[in-house]
Design a protein. Sequence first.
Length: 262
Amino acid sequence: MRRGNFLLYFLIWSTSVSLSQEIERDLLPELVTDRPDQTESSAIIPLHHLQIESGFILEQISHSLRNIYYNTTILRYGISNRFEMRLGMNYASLEMEDTLNSEPVSKKGFSPVSVGGKIQLSYENGWIPEMALLVHFTIPNTGNKEFTINCLRPSLKLAASHTLSNRISVGYNLGAERDCVNKLILGAFTMVMGLDITEKLGGFIEMYGYTTEERSFDLRSDAGFTLLIKHNLQLDLSGGIGLNKIAPDAFFNIGFSWRIPD
């Protein structure tokens, strides 16, 4: 084969590969994440894609007690067009002041591993919202002894969302979790409004809450921003406050979401 023909064929082949990759990329849905807000999205990860969502959280419970989550990570993988697998683990630190000797007490380690999945129930169609069902199981005897549990802890959550306009959307969750130690069913709700400020910058405001073992209610609110660096990479920043006495004083969250391949 002549050198000129080889170069021509190589140029045609490389151009066609590049065009096919761009077409495939254009067919992918926009990057939708389950962070930084507390409301799980109703969208599923695209087939055969892995999405890594991770961040740092500082939670000031009171003047003498705070939680630090150095690495809150969830891995999401698209098994089919309607189902994704999920794996989560955190590395956390519980810090409190010792009132007897004025020295801080700190407990650090990995939290128990959580495994589960998200099932697409419906797509948005008029008044019908996009909906998904999330099922998780926290695995006993995983993680460090300071944070581990000795029984399987299941949780169930329904996620739904509506598009109100080209720039505004709302999402909400209803969930329940079984406290296997105290034999209680704990509830949770979230409601968030998202706004596309520009093509790459988004914002949200949210209210959410949990029932507790004492049958009281932990009510919180947060707000934040997301910045799309690339079509498959997003940075986020958020913070919030507790709305009643049982809730944390304040909390801060920063992280990223990355979908691969691009």
